[in-house]
Ligand binder design. Structure first.
Ligand code: PMV
Length: 314
């Protein structure tokens, strides 16, 4: 039996579109920072007597087409016909744009390959985790990582940029809204790809990847924050210009972003980024975190995260 823990990661340059639905190939490369508070623990055990796979999430038996996809891929790759028992505990407020799928599929991929005795390096693991959820490819790694879009299922993988992170960076989650999101990330991406601005968004993303890599290598928190903030804003702008327009933002989201803008204007390093849900994450450092919390705590539960580590045994 293998038991593994993987952490969530926040996208600083977002993945927001697929060029291949089956293999989860992205239309653009993305950059993430793995964090240290939200995680998934998953154990996988080979069951020689069972006639089918068994999946359990947070104590409840579930059907999981994407879980099956990953298990089948690993089972076929190593020519093992046995079925498995997968037990998963998610320590993430699910479906509120907090990317539980990233930690879930990263943990599942490593645990399942270990259970089948399939020795893979992190790059190979990232390719398999990607099939379950694109962002999971980055959660294989600790600290900053990049997921190269690639051109086919074999060259679309993630790799480490900087781990451990040797400078001061914090991500503050404001859990203003814990409701389940109405539009999944997959649905959202498909709609966003109908926006007339999608091609220019892709070109801008390519430029931002280079800028972000430089900002990370310079340890320049202000640049990292500014690029991440612009990148997030343009992803959500795409959604509003889709053929069927939609928006993950709520009134709270807009108010919190306005507060973060005000803080930055007062000289505090604070930058907002939002994924496929209403909750805002603020990029900052330990020097400014208390000032930011004091302003934002009225909006909801606050959680401060530091850079986290990559997928590992527990
Ligand atoms: O990998 P998915 O399907 O969970 O989609 C992730 C989408 C975003 O969180 C909005 C962006 C990203 O790169 O993580």
């Amino acid at each position: 039996m293998a038991k593994v823990r993987a952490y969530t990661n926040i996208a600083l340059i977002k993945y927001w579109g697929k060029s291949d639905l089956n293999w989860n190939l992205p239309t653009s490369s993305s950059i993430g920072l793995t964090l240290d508070r939200f995680y998934t623990d998953t154990s996988v055990e080979i069951d020689q007597f069972s006639k089918k796979d068994f999946f359990q999430l947070n104590g409840q038996q579930i059907e999981g087409p994407k879980i099956s996809k990953i298990i089948n891929f690993i089972r076929n790759s190593c020519g093992n016909k046995n079925f498995v028992k997968v037990i998963s505990e998610n320590h993430v407020p699910t479906s509120a744009g907090l990317a539980s799928s990233a930690s879930a599929f990263a943990a599942l991929t490593k645990a399942a390959s270990q259970a089948f005795g399939f020795e893979l390096d992190n790059r190979e693991l990232s390719k398999i985790a990607r099939i379950g959820s694109g962002s999971a490819s980055r959660s294989i790694f600790g600290g900053f990582s990049i997921w190269h879009k690639g051109q086919n299922k074999d060259d679309s993988f993630a790799e480490s940029i900087l781990d451990p992170v040797d400078f001061d960076i914090r991500v503050i989650d404001i859990l203003a809204d814990k409701r389940v999101k109405k539009i999944s990330s997959s649905q959202g991406m498909q709609l966003a790809q109908t926006s007339p601005n999608y091609d220019s968004w892709l070109k801008k993303n390519d430029r931002q990847i280079d800028e972000m890599l430089k900002a990370i290598s310079d340890h320049d928190l202000e640049k990292i924050g500014l690029i991440a903030e612009t990148n997030s804003a343009s992803m959500h702008e795409l959604n509003r210009t889709a053929k069927i327009p939609f928006d993950y933002f709520t009134e709270n989201t807009r108010e919190i972003i306005a507060e973060v803008d005000q803080l930055y204007k007062k000289g505090i390093l604070a930058f907002a980024t939002v994924d496929a849900g209403p909750n805002v994450k603020v990029i900052t450092n330990s020097e400014y975190q208390e000032k930011i919390i004091n302003v934002l705590k009225e909006y909801g539960e606050i959680l401060v995260q530091k850079p986290g580590r990559g997928v590992a045994d527990v």
